[in-house]
Design a protein around this ligand. Structure first.
Ligand code: 5AD
Ligand code: SF4
Length: 442
């Protein structure tokens, strides 16, 4: 979500005549787009803003703006804590940036806009502006969330749920495809509620419309709330040829007691039923999830239930977070908080268990041939030089696994191997976070 918003901010700045720079020292304007989902992200944002004070002292004309969820949550408190900040804009105020920056430049001190709006400002053009050479891009289809999980700050900092019109979404995707993008990930806090409030089409209908755009090669979405994962959406994995065989389905806990306290509105049994149906309809589907450990009141037996769930499901990938108290969310006033030490112990225990499953899932692919969408050079290959004997590329399988491979650097192959192409790779090795293979170009 933040990558998408940052691209929008960058587009606005470019259209105001600003250019990108690689160093903070040479910037005339610095905007920090912040996240407040967990305490660590918020601390990181504040420590970055803190460091900018030194720069501002050296360069008093530097304009500093803070946007995103921390701005939305802290509002003018940021000015009190960091008086050298020039402006603050909330999650609904990105499109007001031109006016905000104009006010600052004409002498206004401490400009702030953190108002929530009930409409979505449509701009289908900005995304493709920034997408040169990108194989894959995000497209936001809705904003906000009204699920009110008790630990989560999103409903308070991103506001009520609102969906974009399908024609605006399709226009944005067509522009991205024109600029060379091959894979689109549709984004929303809970894509399954897409269009419900506004009486637009359903999410599976939207997916089908995007699938019909013949120049698109791959389609993904995130995130789907387990309580709303409908049969129709599960069937989409079978019916839509471009929908990749991966779903991210956050469970958060393997204990019904904790799920209830989290206000997740499903049980472990409901979740497992959906996993079974997904695997029945789409046997190759890769499933990943999020888990919060150390939620207030999580006993050892609750935690052990989470371990049992992980063992039962065998996820392809898992993100584990230690519970983090967020301002004004219901769980921050719950009793029986766990110590940081215990949360870390549980977090590491889950990561240890999961590592085995991730590796197991990756190992199953050894000796198979995978279609890999090339995303760019691998981390090892910084630039491409004519003197290089091999070029190291990196891409993803439909099941969202990273594949690294190298190709001889000669003109015969250079046309087939470039960002955005889908190539066949024979998988030779499996690691915990990636696969390695060889190209099948003959
Ligand atoms: N503490 C820890 N993890 C959290 N998440 C959301 N809020 C919190 C919190 N207060 C995690 C959830 C969610 C992911 C995006 O972040 O697992 O799925
Ligand atoms: Fe937060 Fe997701 Fe729950 Fe919405 S559905 S409140 S974004 S965890």
């Amino acid at each position: 979500m933040n990558v998408y918003d940052s691209d929008h901010i960058a587009y606005i700045l470019l259209s105001l005549g600003y250019n990108k720079t690689d160093s903070y020292e040479s910037a005339d304007l610095i905007i920090l787009n912040t996240c407040s989902i967990r305490e660590k992200a918020e601390e990181k944002a504040f420590s970055f803003i803190g460091r900018l004070n030194k720069l501002k002292k050296k360069k008093p004309d530097l304009i500093i703006g803070i946007g995103g969820c921390v701005a939305q949550q802290e509002k003018e408190k940021i000015f009190t804590r960091m008086p050298y900040v020039n402006f603050i804009f909330g999650t609904h105020a990105i499109s007001h940036l031109p006016d905000i920056i104009k006010e600052v430049k004409t002498g206004a001190k401490k400009v702030i806009n953190t108002k929530f709006t009930s409409n979505i400002h449509e701009n289908s053009n900005f995304n493709s502006f920034n997408s040169k050479q990108a194989a894959s891009k995000f497209v936001t289809i809705m904003r906000g969330c009204e699920n009110y999980c008790t630990y989560c700050v999103v409903p308070y900092v991103r506001g009520k749920e609102i969906s974009r019109r399908p024609d605006a979404i399709l226009k944005e995707i067509n522009l991205l495809i024109d600029s060379g993008v091959k894979e689109i990930t549709l984004l929303g806090q809970n894509v399954n509620s897409y269009g419900k409030k506004e009486n637009l089409c359903s999410f599976p209908q939207l997916l089908s419309m995007v699938n019909d755009l013949h120049r698109i090669k791959r389609l993904r979405f995130t995130t789907s709330h387990p309580k709303d994962l409908t049969d129709n959406l599960i069937t989409s994995f079978k019916d839509l040829d471009k929908l990749c065989n991966h779903i991210h389905l956050p469970i958060q806990s393997g204990s019904n007691k904790i799920l209830k306290k989290m206000n997740r509105k499903y049980t472990v049994e409901n979740y497992l039923n959906k996993i079974d149906t997904l695997r029945k309809r789409c046997p190759d589907i890769a499933i990943s999830s999020d888990i919060i450990v150390g939620f207030p009141g999580e006993s050892i037996s609750d935690f052990n239930e989470t371990i049992s769930l992980i063992k039962r499901v065998e996820f392809d990938g898992l993100f584990v977070f230690g519970y983090s108290d967020r301002q004004n969310v219901p769980s921050s006033s719950f009793s029986d908080k766990l110590s940081e030490k215990e949360k870390n112990r549980r977090l590491n225990a889950l990561l240890d268990i999961q590592e085995k499953y991730t590796k197991k899932k990756n190992s199953v692919l050894v000796n198979s041939v995978q279609h890999v969408l090339i995303e760019g050079f691998s981390k090892k290959q910084k630039t491409k030089k004519t003197s290089d004997k091999f070029i190291q590329w990196s891409g993803r399988t439909s099941s969202n696994k990273i594949v690294n491979f190298k190709v001889e650097n000669n003109s015969k192959f250079n046309d087939c191997y470039k960002t955005g192409n889908i190539v066949e790779i024979k998988i030779e090795k499996a690691f915990s976070n990636s696969l390695a293979g060889i190209p099948l170009h003959e």
